[in-house]
Structures are given as C-alpha cells and as structure tokens.
Design a protein around this ligand. Structure first.
Ligand code: PRX
Length: 646
C-alpha cells in the first residue's frame, strides 16, 4: 500500500472535463423511449417470469405506481442464489465489531445458508407471504440476514431504528401489524449499552391488545442475559440451528411489497412508505452501479444504519444484487479513538465509502493528523447523502479522505424515491462542491413555481418535483393510499412533489435549498415537527408548542421547541425533554426549549413558524409586518426570552 499522500503536492486525479458521452447518450435514450429503457434495465435481474412492460404508473386520479407489473421474481434469489452459482466463495459481507479484533466474513454461499436457515425458521413460526416482520437490531450481520430471509419467503420487513423509544416502537409495531420481531439482547454504541430487548418488551407492553406479535427472536449480540417470556421469546441462535441451509424462494409479483419504511412528514404520525419488489430492486441495482461506478472487486461501505432507507438500498439490496462485497461496521466513527473508521477502511481495503455530511463535518474538526496518518489508498469513490454538504466539507472530503484522487458524489434522494435521483455519477458527471448534480438518466426532475404552478425552464428555483414515475418510487403509504396521494401529488398536481426546494444552474446542475415543509433534518435524521409537538402535548402542563429547525454547525440542523405552559412557572423544560425522549426517541431531543407566554399567530390562529425559525436562529432581520398578528407584542417577549437564554 502506498503511504499518505501529501495533498498540497498532489495533482488532482479527479479533474473530469465534462459529462461523459455515455451518460448523455443514456439520458437521451431514456427520454426518447422510457418504456424501452426501463424494460432493458429489468434485464439486470433474474425473473421467474420476465415482465412484458415497464411502467403502468399514473400520477393523476387516485395515483397508481406500478412497475414491471406482470413480472415475477424473488429478491433474495437475486441478491444471493445467482452469485452462489458464479462466485460462491467471494466474500458477500464483512462485519467488524467495535471491540478490537471482532471480524466476520461471510461468503455468498455462507450468507445464503444463513438466510435460508432463518427463512425456514420464520416459515416454521407461521410467517408467510405478506406478513410483516419487525427487525430491531444494531449493525450486525443478522440484520442483513433478517431482511433477506423476509424477502426470501415474501414477508414484508419493517426495520426499526435502535434509537426509537418504546412508544415510538409500539406505534410502528401496531401500525404495521408485525407478527414476529427480531431484536438483540443488548446493542453496543461506543461505551454505552442499549437495552434493545428490554425496550422492545416495554414497546410490546405498550401495544397491549393491539399487538399482533406472536414471537420475539433474540439475537445474542453481547451475550447478556435478558428476560425471556416463555412461549413468545425465542433464541435466534437456537432456532436457526434447527433448520437446514436451503429454503425454496417464494415467487413474488413485481408489485408485491418488499418492505415498509417509516418516515416523518410535516403532519401527523410517521407514515409507512411501501416499496415494491421488482421496480425497487431494478432501481437499487441500477443506481448502485451507475452512481458509484461499481466494479466487481469493490468492497462497498455505506455507513448508514440498516434502519434507514440508505441502509436498505446501499448496505443491502443494491450492492448484493450486483454481487459486490459489503462491509458493515458496528461502531461509531471516533470510538474508542479518533480515526476508527479510517482504520476500518484500511484494514478492509474499502473501495467505495458512502457516508453522511455530519460524519464529514465531525471528522474535519479532528486533528489533521488523524486522517493524514492513514493510508486510505484503497478508496476509489466517496459519497454523501441525507443532507446538504457545504462546499468546504465537500472539498475537505475530496482532498483529505480521497487524497484528491476519488470523485465525491453528493447524492440527493429520499425514503420515497428508493434510491439516488440527483447526483454527479462517479467518473461520468464532474462533481461540483455543494451541488447535488444532475438527474440520473430516466429521471424527469422539474422545478415548479409555487405561486403560478408553472414549470421553471433553464436556470431558476422552485419546488423539486418529478414529472414521471421511476422504478424505485414508493407505491403507497401502508394502508393509507389517500394520504399518499394527498402528501405527494396535490401540491403540484400531476407531479410527485418531494417536499424540497431546489435551484438549477443554466447547465442543469441542481442545488438543494432544503425542505419547504415542516420537516427538520438533524444529522440526516428526518424529524417531523408535528411528531415533536404531539410528544410535548402529552405533558399536562403544556397548552401548545411549536418545534422549528435552526442551522447547526455539526448536525446541519438542530431542533428548537417553544412551549406555552398552562400557568406561568408551572413547566419544567426537563419534563418537556423527557416527553420527547419517551414519545419519539433520544435522537429527537431538542437543542433548546423556550417556555413562552404565547406563540405568534395570525388572526385566524395559525402559528407563524417563519418568525419562530428566525428568532430561534437569532436572526432578527426582516421579521416582516407584525401588525397582522393577533398579539404583536408576543414577538418582543419571545425575542427577549431567547436572548436571555443565549
Ligand atoms: O431534504 C432532503 C434531504 O433529506 C430528505 C430525505 O430524507 P430521508 O427520506 O430520511 O432520506 C435520507 C436518505 C436518502 C430530502 O427530502 N436530503 C437527502 N439527501 C440530500 C438532502 N438534502 C440535500 N442534499 C442531499 N444530498
């Protein structure tokens, strides 16, 4: 391996001249005949029955998203069996634990065997096609095995974040109607032990009679003794050991759901985004190959937790469908010492490293020697996702981690889009620090003027919409198709509305300007302000509250909550924090809580969030005409309150 590169003296090897001819040709081909283009992309999968058409989607009327409708396939077979035939001994999954020396390599043959054993276990426990299985695991191999085992038997997986509170878990268990849960005894997170099983027990208790959960499989991550309820709770290890390593895959229709992924919107409770089988897998495979210029020898490390969409598409489905080696690491970037992730890259010869801007910002703050003392010479492509990356952070990532030799792909996409939509695909589209890049071939991204509803041509800003469906598009919201239609297809009728605003340069590059709804992005975690306010409302001392996002150096955005108490002096901000930790999860606890006399409202009673956002960010310029508020004096009071707590 070569030693650390002196960035100052190196000649950047990522100086691309322009968009590649191949890319331009693909864009044109997809535009000319989308149906033929997407049908040809379906050939990247193995089908029991090949589809005769690509899209039967319609953004009008009741809205219908349907891809490869008459095709039949199995996702696990695509991700495993076909590679077992051609490359059985190739590592499919490398796992590193956070304790020194903990490492596990599973070849395609071994991963296939593990998936089959669990698939057989689930079948024996009565899980069948269309049943929901909740997966609540840290970054261990069993998380990937569980997802693929569900896919193998046609069960719909619902992966739940380890940071959700018991209430947050309960809500999703009830909504999804999960029949089996796969959890850990205890999860490790740096020096902390996260009591996964105990939290799951509390969640199941909170579900009460609304729970459909018949069994809980417990993965021994740390080997800690945990309470086991006889009859319901089972040892994962003992159960899978009873099964044979072979399990016939269920033949699924392309539009059968593959998984539910709960995400936050501007109103109401989290919604279960439903992804289908055929379209989603084509999209995962297509984007993984195109965006990262995937090569057969790649060791692909997407650092996202498998409980987020990024973990679904780029830890599991995209790279495994394409026969790559995936890496999963259990621990934090800088624990037990700074630079831990750089060591993981060097030890495992990671070639593609896909992470979040939050991780890059944190690494930038460390001593320059931390990154410079590592080789990182195996890296070929770097990527980020989840939030905007500033030009400075992009440059640092490019220069210091990529040693000025790796393209950096900033990828814009969403839970609902299934995979990357806008980016500077590695080696084909030159990266531009801070810009999201170009739409992928086949993506018809448009900017719509919010007032006039007209499409903005050329350079300009607007609401970021998609004029046409794409294979990775979510099909619906779990048991609430009407909410799906209303959320995504009514703001700009006839188009999918992303919830983001964007600006386009004359040469077509997009810059994301951020959410235009009440969704806050904290370290890449999408948090609906309504969820926070609902949790705060469980405190009897609260009359009402408003949560807003503010710029945050490290996290991108932070949360600030304004709370109105029932009686002056009756409300303890610590109780509000507790209510949020219990109702949503610790990850959503705000930076600041301001107890205020009232909230600024219009005469018709609508909270003026724009004012609260500015005041919370200490930006008192252009507050606008306050005389239209029902109580203009309240603004001064709130400003004083915020200043006093600064
Ligand atoms: O606001 C955009 C932001 O994250 C939102 C989607 O969040 P989620 O569904 O949790 O998916 C995150 C991982 C795909 C978007 O509406 N976002 C995502 N990627 C970027 C981004 N904002 C700016 N630049 C990005 N690259």
């Amino acid at each position: 391996m070569k030693g650390p590169v002196q960035v100052e003296n190196s000649v950047p090897c990522t100086m691309e001249t322009g968009v590649s001819d191949r890319y331009v040709e693909q864009v044109q081909r997809a535009q000319r005949d989308p149906e033929a283009f997407w049908l040809s992309q379906a050939r990247r999968l193995v089908w029991h029955k090949a589809p005769s058409h690509a899209s039967r989607s319609d953004f009008g009327g009741d809205v219908r998203i349907a891809w490869y409708e008459d095709g039949q396939l199995n996702v696990a077979q695509n991700c495993l069996d076909r590679h077992v035939l051609t490359q059985p001994d190739k590592p499919a999954l490398i796992w590193e634990g956070q304790e020194d020396g903990q490492r596990l390599v599973l070849t395609y043959r071994e991963l296939h065997a593990q998936v089959c054993r669990l698939a057989n276990t689930l079948r024996r426990l009565g899980v069948g096609r269309g049943d929901r299985v909740a997966i609540h695991l840290p970054m261990v191999a069993e998380g990937v095995v569980s997802m693929l085992a569900c896919a193998r038997i046609g069960a719909i997986h619902v992966v739940l974040f380890g940071g959700f509170s018991a209430e947050g878990l309960a809500e999703r268990l009830v909504d999804s109607g999960a029949v089996v849960v796969i959890t850990a005894d205890v999860a490790r997170r740096g020096a902390k032990a996260i009591p996964s099983k105990v939290t799951m027990d509390e969640a199941l208790l909170a579900c009460g009679a609304s729970s459909h959960v018949r069994h809980v499989l417990v993965v021994p991550v740390t080997g800690t003794d945990v309470p086991m309820q006889p009859g319901r709770d089972l040892s994962y290890a003992a159960e899978v050991a009873m099964e044979i390593p072979d399990c016939p895959p269920e033949v699924m229709d392309a539009c059968d759901p593959l998984f539910l992924m709960y995400t936050s919107g501007s109103t109401g409770r989290p919604k279960g985004v439903v992804h289908g089988t055929g379209g989603y897998l084509v999209w995962a495979s297509y984007t993984h190959e195109l965006v990262f210029a995937a090569q057969p020898g790649d060791v692909f490390w997407c650092t996202a937790d498998t409980s987020w969409i990024t973990g679904h598409t780029y830890v599991v489905y995209g790279p495994l469908c394409n026969g790559a080696t995936i890496l999963i690491y259990e621990g934090l970037p800088s624990w037990p010492q700074p630079g831990r992730w750089w060591d993981v890259i060097d030890r495992n010869n990671v070639s593609v490293f896909y992470t979040s801007p939050t991780v890059v910002r944190a690494a930038m703050r460390e001593d320059a020697d931390v990154v410079r003392s590592r080789s990182l010479s195996s890296l070929r492509v770097l990527g980020t996702v989840g939030e905007p990356i500033s030009p400075e952070a992009w440059q640092w990532f490019h220069d210091e981690v990529g040693k000025a030799c790796c393209p950096v792909v900033d990828t814009w996409w969403q839970t609902e889009t299934g995979g990357v939509m806008l980016t500077a695909s590695a080696g084909q589209v030159p990266g531009r620090p801070g810009a999201a890049g170009l739409p992928l071939p086949g993506i018809d991204a448009v900017l719509v003027d919010a007032q006039s509803q007209t499409v903005v041509e050329g350079a300009g800003d607007g609401l970021l919409c998609m004029a046409r469906s794409w294979p990775g598009q979510a099909m619906t919201l779990w048991r609430d198709h009407e909410r799906f239609r209303q959320t995504y297809f009514t703001t700009c009728p006839g188009r999918y509305f992303s919830g983001d605003g964007a600006r386009r340069e004359a040469d077509g590059y997009f810059w994301i300007t951020g959410r235009v709804d009440d969704v806050v992005n904290v370290s890449g975690h999408r948090i609906g302000t309504a969820e926070i306010e609902d949790a705060v409302a469980t405190d009897a001392e609260v009359v009402e509250s408003a949560a807003v996002g503010v710029p945050h150096d490290l996290k991108g955005q932070g949360l600030v909550v304004f709370v109105v108490p029932r009686t002056e002096g009756s409300l303890d901000p610590a109780a509000v924090r507790r209510a949020i930790a219990e109702g949503v999860g610790r990850y959503a606890v705000p930076e600041q809580i301001y107890v205020v006399r009232d909230l600024p409202k219009t005469r018709s009673g609508k909270i003026v969030r724009r004012l609260l956002r500015k005041i919370a960010a200490h930006d008192l310029s252009n507050l606008g005409d306050l005389s239209t508020l029902s109580d203009p004096d309240i603004v001064e009071d709130i400003i004083a309150q915020v200043a006093a707590q600064a």
